[in-house]
Design a protein around this ligand. Structure first.
Ligand code: FMN
Length: 183
């Protein structure tokens, strides 16, 4: 797929086809994510690829109910985490670790899209519970969970009307003038 086509295909869908995610695919996604730029090349992103049924169930239990309803059909949940002491040094103490981790996550989601997977990031989960389930260190910040499943055109019966609308059309984007200027 052409780059622009992959970008257009990426959607935060909530309907998933069952699919097996093998270790080679996981390593491929991680390799693409790992090519992201980062401040002083610190590479502060960390990913836990959760795919065993028992661990998936425990992760789904950390989600807000509105997310759990559809995310329980996922074949994998990627927990994206980082922590402040993985950041680069700046003279005025600016933070970049979350920015860098976001860039790596975007690449990971695009790579998943190219492999005919849906990769849907969420904030609606309890980060402390997720950290405990994954036995991450005390300072770890679970920034997002990326809910992954096979792409399908079939709409999940678990979805509410507004979510069905979201499956059919991409939520509107701001016009150029609302987020960009040329000087
Ligand atoms: C940081 C972040 C948090 C999000 N949290 C949720 C969430 O809790 N539940 C959900 O269904 N979608 C969530 N989304 C998905 C957004 O709603 C979605 O990206 C947005 O509506 C644009 O749609 P698109 O990704 O299909 O282009 C989140 C996305 C991001 C980047």
């Amino acid at each position: 797929m052409e780059f622009r086509e992959v970008v257009k295909q990426r959607r935060s869908l909530r309907s998933f086809a069952p699919v097996e995610v093998g270790e080679a695919l996981i390593k491929d996604l991680a390799a693409v994510a790992g090519l992201a730029p980062s401040c002083s090349n610190k590479q502060p992103w960390r990913f836990v690829f959760v795919r065993s049924p028992g661990m998936l169930e425990r992760m789904v239990a950390t989600l807000a109910p509105g997310n759990a309803a559809w995310a329980k059909q996922a074949c994998m949940i990627v927990a994206v985490w980082s922590q402040a002491d993985l950041d680069c040094w700046t003279p005025d103490g600016r933070d970049y670790y979350q920015f860098d981790t976001g860039m790596a996550s975007a690449l990971l989601m695009l790579a998943a899209t190219e492999r005919n997977l849906t990769a849907h990031p969420i904030a609606g989960f309890d980060p402390q519970s997720a950290r405990r389930v994954l036995a991450l260190p005390e300072g770890a910040q679970v920034i997002t969970l990326i809910i992954v499943g096979g792409y399908t055109r079939e709409i999940s019966p678990a979805l509410a009307d507004w979510q069905i609308k979201g499956e059919k059309e991409r939520p509107a984007r701001m016009p150029f003038e609302a987020f960009a200027t040329i000087v």
